[in-house]
Design a protein around this ligand. Structure first.
Ligand SMILES: *Cc1c(COP(=O)(O)O)cnc(C)c1O
Length: 369
């Protein structure tokens, strides 16, 4: 079986460096853990070209805390895309804000900026663009729209670390950005981790308090904080991995190109495109095909694991029912949930495997079974 996702190949390649990093954490030094976190936060800030990084326990916590640190009026509306992952919408609700969903852009899998403009109301306070599957939302245009209406932007960079919009790294456009290191992300920890990126020093300070029980000083709690820390051993391992990230992204793009050149022989398939150089890091390689479920079954029978990212629109999730969220019918996004299929993509995927998968897709399309 070709796995949909694999960290084991990456970890086999890096096993010595990772083991050394763990040994390098001095258990006899009480400050060693704090040191690992600071070191990693600094490295990530340098990579992302932002002033401050506040590491936390998960990407979900990063989103919730980033939104809460903005001190928006409770019940304010936050615009985000209806096609995406649960955590984005859930975090908005958990921050006492109301998600307002918009459609995807025609021919794309990320939010439609015209729809964002149309969704702005007097109660709108923020926009959460999700750079879904590793593809950057057009940030200069979104920034212009947000500033015209004095709206905050919190970027969801969970799937797009290293992607650029107009040559600038995503995560550096918004007032804050949430990053995830969960095991399935392209900069992965062994379990979970996350971080908030920001250029606002005051916001960074509020976030450091919010991740630590809302402390200001000792046993003096000035904000309704939680306890959300990145595990220092994960930080040590992530510090080993970070220098490889750009190389891994380069290989992901090669994998994507190889898939696309094979799959372009099948007119029924819409392959992901790169709108501008650097815009896509291919966290996922997601195609569209009318007979999605048939193809998925055929690939499974051919020993290829795939995943439907995502089979439901966020506004239809039972978890969000009964909250009076505005539900609309979205022409583009509602077709995506029926047609999308994500194929395996990771830097260690071999050309022979890509060719095998690509040929299997073509075989299914040609024969129709
Ligand atoms: C993974 C993910 C999150 C949540 O990150 P966790 O670290 O798993 O909590 C949020 N948004 C998007 C788009 C994601 O893919």
């Amino acid at each position: 079986m070709i796995p949909f996702h694999s960290n084991s190949r990456q970890h086999a390649d890096l096993s010595e460096a990772l083991a050394q990093a763990l040994h390098g954490v001095d258990l006899k030094d009480d400050s060693a853990f704090a040191h690992q976190l600071e070191k990693f936060e600094q490295k990530l800030a340098d990579y992302c070209q932002v002033e401050s990084v506040v590491s936390v326990a998960s990407g979900s916590d990063a989103l919730v805390l980033a939104l809460r640190a903005l001190n928006l009026p409770p019940g304010s509306e936050v615009i985000t895309c209806d096609f995406g992952f649960y955590a984005t919408a859930a975090s908005i609700i958990m921050a006492d804000l109301i998600p307002v969903f918009v459609d995807t852009a025609p021919g794309r899998m990320t939010m439609d900026l015209d729809a964002v403009r149309a969704a702005i109301s007097p109660r709108t306070a923020a926009i959460v663009p999700v750079h879904l599957f590793g593809e950057a939302v057009a940030m200069p245009a979104l920034q212009k729209l947000a500033s015209e209406h004095s709206l905050a932007i919190v970027e969801d960079v969970a799937q797009a670390l290293g992607a650029t919009s107009n040559g600038q790294l995503v995560g550096s456009f918004g007032v804050a950005a949430a990053v995830s290191f969960n095991w399935s992300k392209h900069l992965s920890s062994f379990s979970n981790g996350g971080a908030i990126l920001t250029n606002d020093a005051g916001l960074a300070n509020r976030l450091r308090s919010l991740r630590s029980y809302g402390n200001e000083g000792t046993f003096h709690h000035t904000a309704l904080g939680i306890n959300s820390k990145l595990n220092p051993f994960e930080a040590a391992l992530l510090s080993v991995k970070l220098p490889y990230l750009d190389g891994w992204i380069g290989r992901r793009r090669e994998v994507a190109d190889r898939y696309t050149s094979i799959l372009s022989q099948a007119p029924q398939i819409i392959t992901p495109s790169m709108v501008e150089p650097g815009a896509h890091v291919f966290h996922k390689y997601t195609i569209r095909i009318p007979d999605r479920d048939g193809l998925r079954k055929y690939l499974k029978d051919s020993s290829v694991s795939t995943l439907v990212c995502y089979p439901h629109l966020l506004h239809t999730q039972p978890a969000f029912a009964g909250r009076g969220l505005r539900a609309e019918s979205f022409d583009h996004a509602s077709r995506l949930v029926d047609e999308v299929l994500s194929l395996p993509v990771y830097p260690e995927l071999m050309d022979t495997e890509i060719d095998f998968i690509g040929e299997a897709v073509l075989a299914h399309v040609r024969t129709g079974h």
